[in-house]
Design a protein around this ligand. Structure first.
Ligand SMILES: [Zn+2]
Length: 318
């Protein structure tokens, strides 16, 4: 096999070459890993990638001296300007229910063409949208709920689908406050538009909760606030195993610099408090962590390293 023919995710030229083979239809097999299955006790978990988001590096810490931020990115072998953020969703099966946690970007923002792959990748994984009994939204940013608004998706969902979201989140998107965020141009408008549209199109499926709700045996959605007022995490527990899907409470930089404000946080101080509290807890009870924007498949552990945290990626178990 020639290395010249091996697609590399960070090599746009190679990626284009690969897609060009399939310009007249969707590829039969994607040459990238996009799903990863694991067990948490009796609960089945599958991390599914929606693709990647190309976003400015400044989004990782807008309250930080740009030179300090640039030094961190260089230390991490990351480019200084535009980064590829992973975009992970999770399918959980427990007690006869099939739960989709977050739904990816869909077609909400055409400038992010490397995302919005969830529908295709669920199909490739043999998961029929009609088999999903519940959707849990960690929050209603477009990269988490947009996938349900994509063309042709809603018609394939069950009429009795339940969409769980914190009451504070649904309320927030009626009149969202963007005064504390630091996003690239175009994002606030697109996020407002998507949030409003989601509330309207899924109003009859919405099941709101105040602080927490047990969606299925061992699957509990818990409101944290911070990133958005109704931001929530999903805690899985079965047979002594535990895993938390942290949504946007933790970004890659958040282990070493939990106090760096992410540009998408609507209440950055509270988001940093939530992050520290959650990372401390995960380090203490040694449970697994999966998060939306940690590099796919993102299954990892959290260690305490002096005053900060350390990201400990899990072994690839295949
Ligand atoms: Zn996000």
């Amino acid at each position: 096999m020639s290395l010249d023919n091996t697609p590399h995710p960070s090599c746009k030229h190679c990626a284009d070459t690969v897609s060009a083979r399939y310009v007249h239809g969707r590829p039969e097999t994607e040459l990238v890993p996009s799903r990863y299955a694991l067990k948490v006790g009796a609960i089945d978990v599958m991390v599914v990638s929606d693709g990647v988001l190309s976003l400015p590096g400044a989004m990782l810490g807008h309250n930080v001296d740009p030179a300090v931020r640039a030094a961190w990115l260089a230390d991490m072998f990351l480019p200084p300007d535009v980064l590829e953020w992973a975009l992970n969703a999770v399918v959980v099966r427990s007690g006869g229910r099939t739960i989709l946690v977050d739904a990816g970007m869909g077609e909400e923002f055409p400038d992010l063409p490397r995302s919005g792959k969830l529908a295709q990748r669920l199909e490739d994984a043999g998961i029929d949208p009609g088999s999903v009994t519940d959707v849990v939204l960690t929050h209603m940013h477009m990269d988490h709920c947009g996938g349900l608004l994509a063309d042709g998706v809603k018609e394939r969902l069950r009429p009795d689908l339940r969409v769980h979201v914190a009451a504070a989140e649904a309320e927030f998107w009626e009149a969202p406050d963007f005064s504390r965020v630091s996003m690239p141009p175009g994002f606030p408008d697109a996020l407002r538009r998507t949030g409003k549209r989601f509330l309207k199109e899924f109003s009859s499926q919405l099941r709101t909760f105040e602080n927490e709700y047990e969606v299925a045996p061992g699957v509990i959605v818990q409101r944290t606030g911070g990133h958005t007022p109704g931001h929530s995490v999903v805690r899985l527990a079965s047979g002594g195993d535990r895993l938390t899907f942290a949504g946007d409470a933790v970004f890659q930089v958040g282990f070493e610099h939990p106090d760096w404000f992410n540009g998408f946080e609507h209440d950055p101080e509270e988001a940093a408090r939530v992050r520290v509290r959650l990372l401390r807890e995960l380090a203490a009870n040694r449970e697994s962590l999966v998060a939306t924007h940690l590099s796919f498949p993102s299954v990892c552990h959290v260690a305490v390293d002096g005053d900060v945290f350390r990201w400990v990626p899990g072994p690839w178990e295949y």
